[in-house]
Design a protein. Sequence first.
Length: 155
Amino acid sequence: MAVRVQREDFDLAAELKALTAGDHRIGGLASFVGLVRDMADLGAGAAAPVTAMTLEHYPGMTEKMLVRIEDEACRRWHLSASLIIHRYGRLEAGDQIVLVACAAPHRGDALDACHFLIDWLKTEAPFWKLEETPDGDGHWVDARDSDTAATAKWR
């Protein structure tokens, strides 16, 4: 089980290969990669162009919360391995933001745990997001009701 908060990008194939290396009991590997979109969801079907996003976090507190979230997934499902990588700093549209990966003897545990982790990261992980528009303006991203509803189903 591993958690990393980092500025630099990650290599998806290398991370997944390292996560499962040598463990032939693993029968399922589920992963999710979040990317910076080029449009901000303004609600009610409205959108605005986005050129970049800056993610801020509180070092120490962020890692501690990600470990708690990962520990909860391990309590709920039989996992052989899991990985959370979350980036911070200024990221441009199309850049990778987050990787969640879960490996388990059976696909159901891997899929469910991966889904749980990404839902909980959206609402429980202490990251602050500033979206930049083409004209140079920026606005902080508020929590969305849909993310809160997605998390609620796991409570």
